[in-house]
Design a protein around this ligand. Structure first.
Ligand code: G3P
Length: 225
């Protein structure tokens, strides 16, 4: 992933399911074209193929299972995500938490399939534990702020600074994103000032009345003119 970046995780929001995911991805692609900002969309597994066919921005999966080809009914095979057009995968989101052994197994399978990885962490202790697994990125997100009105960058800047320094000392190759409540260009600027390499966000864009307006403001903050 080109850094700094804004990763939009559309979760299972109606506003970004099916064709609506394609529409949002088109808007993100326009903003990428107009500003040069690095924008990534993480969609539901069922939408990866249609979104990846429609746009040039990176499309990520929201989860995978550490299974291999064979008898694993109902699980998500990493290679199937790659074939659908995914470039990377989120793991251990606070809405889809995994045990550390399962994160390690999922990371191993993601790497083998050629997917980039973001592992989410809800506090500094978990950040430390997952950094030891050396993912490409760690995203620190205090669960209490997710979906809320107040950004982690103003409510808990110390968790961003703490995550950045913990990851730097444990896995210097891993970049840090922050997320939860991120909604404005100012939030993005602060995230970068705190040492993050970008943000992971959802509702601020997906539920916005005018997603393009919000994304433009954020993208301009990511790449100061
Ligand atoms: O994955 C992003 C996320 O959990 C933050 O959600 O709605 O607070 O931007 P939101």
């Amino acid at each position: 992933m080109e850094l700094p970046a804004i990763v939009v995780n559309v979760k299972t929001y109606r506003q970004a399911t099916g064709e609506a995911a394609v529409s949002l991805a088109h808007i993100m692609e326009e903003v990428r074209r107009e500003t040069g900002a690095s924008l990534v969309i993480a969609v539901q597994a069922a939408d990866i193929y249609r979104v990846a066919q429609a746009v040039d921005i990176p499309v990520w999966a929201q989860h995978l299972d550490p299974v291999t080809y064979g008898s694993h009914t109902g699980w998500t095979l990493p290679e199937s995500l790659v074939e659908a057009g995914a470039c990377g995968v989120l793991l251990n989101h606070s809405e889809h938490q995994l045990r550390i052994a399962d994160i390690a197994a999922a990371l191993g399978r993601a790497r083998k399939a050629g997917l980039e990885t973001i592992v989410c962490a809800d506090n500094i202790a978990v950040t430390r534990a997952v950094a030891a697994l050396e993912p490409d990125l760690v995203a620190v997100e205090p669960p209490g702020l997710i979906g809320g009105e107040v950004s982690v960058t103003s409510a808990e800047p110390e968790i961003v600074v703490g995550a950045v320094s913990a990851v730097e000392s444990i896995s210097p190759r891993t970049a840090v994103l922050c997320g939860a409540g991120v909604k404005t260009g100012e939030d993005i600027r602060t995230a970068l000032e705190l040492g993050a390499a970008g943000v992971l966000l959802a509702s601020g864009v997906v539920k916005a009345a005018h997603p393009k307006k919000v994304l433009l403001e954020m993208a301009e903050a990511l790449i100061p003119q």
